[in-house]
Design a protein around this ligand. Structure first.
Ligand code: COA
Ligand code: AMP
Length: 621
């Protein structure tokens, strides 16, 4: 078995044999005898994920190898942790959590910037068998409160501040605000004090991180079932309530370890850099877990592609740390291209060690592909995945066999993923015909087994539409050669600068404005960020307001309730929304208009004049 086709076929035809072999890449406390049963992988296996990420490498002689390089242009600090140091720090932090009463199965919310302690916190939870839930720092207090109420953490781990190029973002007041809004009360909050801004600590509830860790005894690894949850990561669905994607321990460890060699072609000891944030799935999988499970050195970069200090920032990091594999979002490359179109900054650095650039998080448009590929002269690889899947569904698996690159396509399904493009009746679409991209069950190890405390929503969101298939929510097609093209979401999820956001949650915020009668938010194409949200609002009768003022108020409201990351800045007042006679807003038609696709007004439309009004508003935007 060597070429892609043979490996792929075996993974689909004999999944148990395939994933049974892949499981040997992981150290088990109890090796699984059953590979798959009742929708769960390795149901009788036991392991500890932190042991596999740290302890086993130290035991095997990698103790002095760098495990984590924190490169922080926003603070001017670079610090390297060896595997032995990262293990020591993690064991102590786990000891601190244990002293606070955290045990296997308890949840811990982590709301932190891109500092090494965020990675340590995640691994420390894994060490105890506790379930972490990391919340991205760019979300507002209310979003944090919603997640705290759903995850019900025993402890919250946070920091005094995060650092954005333009400002220091005080995290602690956001946390305090979130805890006031939340019904759930964590027993303790442990706060990392950063020198850029110190936080006030609430007597009896808050602890100083450094003091608490210094006082703790190191804790060992707790053996958990492969099917026990490792983490919950909330992601945007089509409504305002985020979905708690659950990741198990065993399938996750096996799949991520396998992906490093086979998808990314990365070997132990190499430097692997995912320029993302630990608050997103890319950060969970490819900043923290996969590189460490594979014995690589991971880079934790606290900065931006541009402005920290210039568009050469990524190339400096690559050259300085000997990065072999770089993974980021297309929007980051577009940001660099915009400021340095000729690639002059890249030429200042020795990039000869860089072997591959992987891109994901949104569709890789062919222009960006060509620019990066011409600049770097290495394979630029688009790959497609989601928070739910945890690792790539389609990619060019360079570790198995590099396939021809077709710009605009993330190449072919990754072994384990039985991808089908289905029409409305559930039949496979012929090549070239667009449909709903689905994955035939079972999903491979590492994919979500359920949604936290909401198995019904799991079934409703992903499984009910096409029985026997997982619905990805993306639309696309295969070409005649089997290359997959993923063209965009077919639901109300949008992708802003590689960040996944729900238009539904923005609509909930806008609808709360006292002058708004009803509203719809859709994503419109943006050259830099891929998409930007745009709101269409109908004001209440008698609300004689200046549209510019309404837009400013709504912008401020979304920023306050959802967070700056939503990048909501455009809201136009319209006289009515396009609706069916039964009152359903025609969002799909609005999306067609926004994307410049031909559309036809459905025969059920209430008022045909509503669509031209949307078209005019979009043209003027
Ligand atoms: N904490 C607090 N605020 C944050 C934040 C964080 N962790 N991350 C972002 N924000 C804020 C930003 O400061 C910005 O605020 P502003 O409106 O006051 O300027 C806002 O959220 C939007 O941030 P961002 O989407 O990062 O836009 P940007 O204009 O600052 O930068 C890019 C644009 C393209 C450089 C940036 O989006 C980027 O690097 N994207 C890569 C995406 C990525 O890693 N995706 C993960 C999947 S691979
Ligand atoms: P997230 O859950 O934040 O990773 O976002 C997942 C969504 O991002 C997918 O459902 C797609 O809509 C989009 N996406 C991610 N990677 C790609 C890609 N390579 N090509 C096209 N869309 C992508």
């Amino acid at each position: 078995m060597s070429g892609y086709e043979a490996v792929y076929r075996r993974s689909i035809e004999q999944p148990e044999a395939f994933w049974g072999e892949a499981a040997s890449g992981i150290d088990w406390d109890t090796a699984p005898r059953t590979v798959y049963a009742d929708g769960r992988w390795y149901p009788d296996g036991r392991l500890n994920t932190c042991h596999n990420a740290l302890d086993r490498h130290v035991a095997a002689g990698r103790g002095d190898q760098p495990a984590l390089i924190h490169d922080s242009p926003v603070t001017g600090v670079t610090r390297t942790y060896t595997y032995a140091e990262l293990l020591e720090e993690t064991a102590r932090t786990a000891g601190m959590l244990r002293a606070l009463g955290v045990t296997a199965g308890d949840t811990v919310v982590i709301y932190m910037p891109m500092v090494p302690q965020a990675v340590v916190a995640m691994l420390a939870c894994a060490r105890l068998g506790a379930v972490h839930s990391v919340v991205f720092g760019g979300f507002a207090a209310r979003e944090l409160a919603v997640r705290i109420d759903h995850a019900q953490p025993k402890v919250v781990l946070s920091a005094s501040c995060g650092i954005e190029p333009s400002r220091v973002v005080a995290y602690k007041p956001l946390l305090d605000d979130a805890l006031e809004q939340a019904a759930h009360r964590p027993e303790r909050c442990v706060i990392l004090q950063r020198p850029q801004c110190r936080a006030g600590l609430a007597e009896g509830r808050d602890l100083d991180w450094a003091e608490a860790v210094a006082a703790a005894e190191p804790a060992g690894c707790v053996s958990v079932a492969a099917t026990d949850p490792l983490y919950i990561l909330y992601t945007s669905g089509t409504t305002g309530a985020p979905k708690g994607v659950v990741r198990d321990n065993g399938g996750h460890a096996v799949a991520l370890h396998w992906s490093m060699a086979n998808v990314y072609g990365a070997a132990p000891g190499e430097v692997y850099w995912a320029a993302s944030d630990v608050g997103w799935v890319v950060g969970h999988s490819y900043i923290v877990y996969a590189p460490l499970l594979a014995g690589c050195t991971t880079v934790l970069y606290e900065g931006k592609p541009v402005g920290t200090p210039d568009p050469g920032a990524f190339w400096r990091v690559v050259a300085e740390h000997g990065v072999r594999t770089l993974f980021t979002a297309p929007t980051a490359i577009r940001a660099i291209k915009k400021e340095d179109p000729s690639g002059a900054f890249a030429k200042k650095y020795d990039l000869s060690g860089l072997r591959h650039l992987f891109l994901a998080g949104e569709r890789l448009d062919p222009d960006t592909y060509h620019w990066a590929s011409d600049l770097l002269g290495i394979p630029v690889i688009d790959h497609w995945w989601q928070t739910e899947t945890g690792w790539p569904i389609a990619a060019n698996c360079v570790g198995i066999e590099p396939l021809p690159i077709k710009p605009g396509s993330p190449t072919k399904p990754v072994p384990g993923w039985d991808v089908h493009v289905l029409d409305a009746d559930g039949r496979d679409c012929p090549p070239g015909v667009e449909g709903a991209v689905t994955v035939r069950l079972p999903l491979p190890p590492g994919a979500l087994p359920t949604l936290y405390r909401d198995p019904d929503r799991f079934a409703r969101s992903y499984l009910d539409r096409y029985p026997g298939h997982y619905l990805t929510g993306d639309g696309g097609h295969f070409d005649a050669g089997g290359h997959l093209y993923v063209m965009g979401r077919i639901d109300d999820v949008i992708n802003v600068a590689g960040h996944r956001l729900s238009t539904g949650s923005m609509e909930e915020v806008i609808a709360a404005h006292p002058d708004v009668a009803e509203c719809a938010v859709i994503g419109v194409a943006d050259e830099l960020k891929g998409q930007l949200p745009m709101g269409f609002v109908v004001l209440k009768a008698g609300a004689d307001r200046d549209p510019g003022e309404v837009e400013r108020e709504l912008t401020a409201l979304v920023r306050e309730r959802i967070g700056p990351v939503a990048a909501f800045r455009r809201a136009v007042v319209v006289s009515r929304l396009p609706k069916t006679r039964s009152g359903k807003i025609l969002r799909a038609t609005m999306r067609d208009i926004a994307d410049g696709r031909p559309y036809t007004a459905p025969s059920t439309i209430e008022d045909p004049a509503a669509l031209p009004e949307i078209e005019t508003a979009l043209k003027g935007s």
